[in-house]
Write a protein that binds this ligand. Structure first.
Ligand SMILES: Nc1ncnc2c1ncn2[C@@H]1O[C@H](COP(=O)(O)OP(=O)(O)OP(=O)(O)O)[C@@H](O)[C@H]1O
Ligand SMILES: [Mg+2]
Length: 240
C-alpha cells in the first residue's frame, strides 16, 4: 500500500521552477532513495511533502489523506517527519532534552513518559553516553544521529532523511546504514536523499532521480546506475 504519495508536485521560487510535476510513491515498509545533482530539487521535494513549503501545484497524500500545504506540526503528528540537511539541534539544551522535545511536542507524551522513551531512543541510536551533554558540544556524526533521534521521538511511520550521512567517515556511514536497516525491519518506512552512492544504493529498494526539478528515472538501484540519462545528468561516465 502506498503510504506517502506526491502527485505532480511543482514548486516555483519566483521565476525558478525548483520542482516540475514530480510524482513520488513510498510503499509501506519500503526504503526509497532520491538522488540528483545539487539544486535538482531534492530538499524542495521534502519541504513540499512536510508542509515547510506549500507546493505551487500538485497534491501530497499521507495514508490516503490529502496533506498538501498542511502545517508541519500536523503532518508530524500524523507520522511523517524529516531530518534537516543542515543539522539544527537546540544547541543550549542537552542531547536528552533535544529528544524530549520530539516526544513532548510531536507525540504529546507526559514528561515522565517522554523521558523514558527519549532515553530508550538515545540507547538505540548510540547516544546514551552523551545524553547529558549540551547538543552544541557533540561531534558532527553524533549531531546527525541526534537529528534521527529527534525524529524517532515523534513516533513516526515515515522519516525523510536529507543527507543525514554527509560528512561522515565510511565506518560511520556503515553504522548509520545498519541502524536504518534495523529501523526499517521494525516497520519504519524511509526516503533517503543522499549524494553518497555507496549508501543510497546499498540501502534503497528503489531509487528515483531528479534533474532540474524533474524526475528523469525511477527503478531498482542497479538499473538506475546503468541509465544513460542518469549517467549524463549526475553519475558521470567514470561511475558507470
Ligand atoms: N527558499 C528558496 N527560495 C528560492 N530558491 C530556492 C529556495 N529553496 C531552494 N531554492 C532553489 O531551488 C532549487 C532546488 O534547490 P534544492 O535545495 O531543493 O536542491 P537539492 O537537490 O536539495 O540540492 P543539494 O543537493 O545541493 O542539497 C535550487 O536552484 C535552489 O537554489
Ligand atoms: Mg538539498
Amino acid at each position: 500500500m502506498s503510504l506517502l504519495t506526491a502527485r505532480g508536485v511543482s514548486k516555483n521560487f519566483g521565476a525558478l521552477a525548483a520542482l516540475s510535476g514530480v510524482d513520488l510513491t513510498l510503499n509501506e515498509g519500503e526504503i526509497l532513495g532520491v538522488i540528483g545533482p545539487n539544486g535538482s530539487g531534492k530538499t524542495t521535494l521534502f519541504n513540499c511533502m512536510t508542509g515547510i513549503h506549500k507546493p505551487s501545484a500538485g497534491r501530497v497524500e499521507f495514508e490516503g489523506r490529502d496533506i498538501t500545504g498542511k502545517p508541519t506540526h500536523g503532518i508530524c503528528r500524523a507520522g511523517l517527519v524529516k531530518t534537516s540537511q543542515i543539522v539544527q539541534p537546540f544547541t543550549g539544551m542537552s542531547v536528552l532534552e533535544n529528544v524530549l522535545v520530539g516526544g513532548l511536542y510531536g507525540k504529546g507524551l507526559s514528561l515522565h513518559h517522554a523521558r523514558d522513551e527519549a532515553m530508550a531512543i538515545l540507547e538505540k541510536v548510540g547516544l546514551a553516553e552523551v545524553a547529558a551533554k549540551p547538543a552544541g558540544s557533540i561531534t558532527v556524526a553524533m549531531r546527525r544521529r541526534l537529528e534521527l533521534a529527534r525524529c524517532l521521538a515523534t513516533g513516526p511511520k515515515v522519516i525523510l532523511l536529507d543527507e543525514n550521512m554527509a560528512g561522515l567517515t565510511p565506518t560511520e556511514i556503515d553504522s548509520v546504514l545498519e541502524l536504518l536497516r534495523q529501523l526499517n525491519a521494525e516497520g519504519l518506512s524511509l526516503v533517503v536523499v543522499e549524494h553518497i552512492m555507496q549508501a543510497v544504493m546499498g540501502i534503497s529498494q528503489r531509487v528515483m532521480v531528479l534533474d532540474y526539478g524533474e524526475k528523469i528515472a525511477e527503478d531498482a538501484p542497479a538499473a538506475v546506475v546503468a541509465d544513460k540519462r542518469v549517467i549524463e545528468a549526475y553519475l558521470g561516465e567514470e561511475y558507470a
